[in-house]
Design a binder for this molecule. Structure first.
Ligand code: SF4
Length: 412
């Protein structure tokens, strides 16, 4: 890791000195965030352009706000990803994971295959399995329900975090159900929470270029808010570093913040850097490789300030950034290190080289190394105490009821 990047997040100057060194326009916005005033799209656009001393002041302010709002603990989860099929007809231009069903690398794991992976996750101490797959036209809509039933029959206390809004849209249409009926069916079959993926940038002009068959903004919002209303909480995400503008990113965060005001259903926000190498977007020359380092710090710090008071948990993505850079983002506003994953196909297919598994011990060491406190959590940010782990052999069921808190602030 370059010493330059370390120097940016560990600038020896005080916060006051950094604010004094920044331009007045930036300092004014940062001081408003420190005073818990809500930042606008225009404020966000400004923050997404800062460099030099302004960037350093933004990063330190995000770190101060993180410390004030959630303290020095850094949470992580022991989980396993299961990408159960890579067959998909949607054709997203940023995706190198999906293949045609006749491709030699195509796979579609059976329910029994998935159960073997779930058992492996439990044997390795996982409290959650995270399942997402391609949109395989050969699967009926009720496959999603039946997969849940099979898992929960064997492992009733395991938390299943699964099915993106795109999968929910497809499944509901194939099952000829409304989103509410379909989500209720999945919840009753044992679904715990849903990933707030398939969001990319919530702007239909961008989505038309990235993937014109993908769930549109109105439908994404409809599915996510309906899930929240049914007690199914979700994460929230942004994918940055491709064709988006600062205006679109800032508006994306304001939209997520507005949803959180209405439902309180988001558990966390996860900025995901676009991985370009093997994607059509890159091969067709529509994007440049996204810059790494300062741009990631800017995005995480900006997110901490834009979402202040509404989404407290900001998760770094070691799969996208690598473990070392992710460690540095903990000093740019993040308070969650994500999961151990154990298996990861989507970013790897696009060219990410961070690996598929980060053992909990390594995550703890990375957190301790910067003087913070590692805490194992469940999916909905409840603490997992050591005695609790010992009593349950590391198996899940500590993920809370999935109920949405009365106060629309992400729980811990
Ligand atoms: S991102 Fe998802 S929906 Fe889009 S092509 Fe890839 S697997 Fe299919």
């Amino acid at each position: 890791m370059s010493t330059h990047l370390r120097d940016i997040v560990q600038d020896e100057r005080t916060h006051e000195a950094l604010l004094a060194a920044a331009t007045p326009a930036t300092t004014r916005i940062l001081e408003r965030a420190l005073n818990r005033e809500e930042l606008s799209v225009e404020d966000g656009v400004h923050l997404l352009s800062v460099e030099g001393d302004d960037l350093r002041a933004l990063i330190r302010t995000a770190d101060v706000v993180r410390q004030e709002d959630v303290g020095d603990e850094v949470t992580y989860i022991v989980n396993r990803n299961i990408n159960w099929t890579n067959i998909c007809f949607v054709g997203c231009q940023f995706c190198a994971f999906a293949v045609h069903r006749k491709d030699p690398s195509a796979y579609n794991h059976s329910v029994d295959d998935v159960l073997v992976k779930v058992q492996d996750a439990i044997d390795r101490g996982a409290t959650e399995v995270c399942m997402q797959g391609g949109i395989n036209p050969e699967l009926g809509g009720l496959f999603y329900r039946d997969l849940l039933i099979a898992i929960k029959e064997k492992h009733p206390t395991l938390h299943v975090h699964a099915f993106s809004p795109m999968e929910i849209m497809y499944g509901a249409r194939r099952a000829e159900m409304s989103y509410r009926e379909f989500l209720s069916t999945l919840r009753d079959a044992g679904l715990g929470t849903i990933p707030g993926t398939a969001a990319e940038i919530l702007d239909d002009d961008v989505r038309e270029i990235l993937s014109h068959k993908k769930v549109d903004v109105e439908t994404w919002v409809d599915i996510v808010t309906t899930a929240h209303e049914l007690g199914l909480r979700s994460s929230s995400t942004v994918m940055y570093g491709h064709i988006e503008t600062p205006q679109q990113v800032a508006a994306h965060l304001v939209l997520l913040r507005d949803i959180q005001k209405r439902t309180g259903g988001f558990t966390e926000f996860v900025p995901l850097r676009f991985i370009h190498t093997f994607t059509q977007l890159f091969k067709r020359g529509l994007v440049q490789p996204p810059p790494s380092g300062e741009n990631d710090f800017r995005m995480y710090a900006f997110s901490r300030l834009m979402l202040r008071g509404w989404i407290d948990n900001l998760q770094t993505s070691w799969v996208k950034l690598g473990a070392e850079l992710s460690q540095l983002t903990l000093m740019a506003g993040c308070n969650d290190f994500g999961g151990t994953l154990m298996e990861e196909s989507i970013s790897k297919s696009a060219g990410a080289d961070a690996g598929e598994y980060l053992p909990a011990e390594t995550i703890r060491e990375l957190i301790l190394d910067i003087g913070r406190i590692p805490v194992q959590r469940n999916t909905t940010y409840g603490r997992i105490e050591e005695q609790e782990l010992a009593a349950s052999d590391g198996i899940g069921g500590r993920s809370g009821s999935g109920a949405i808190p009365a106060r629309p602030v992400a729980a811990h």
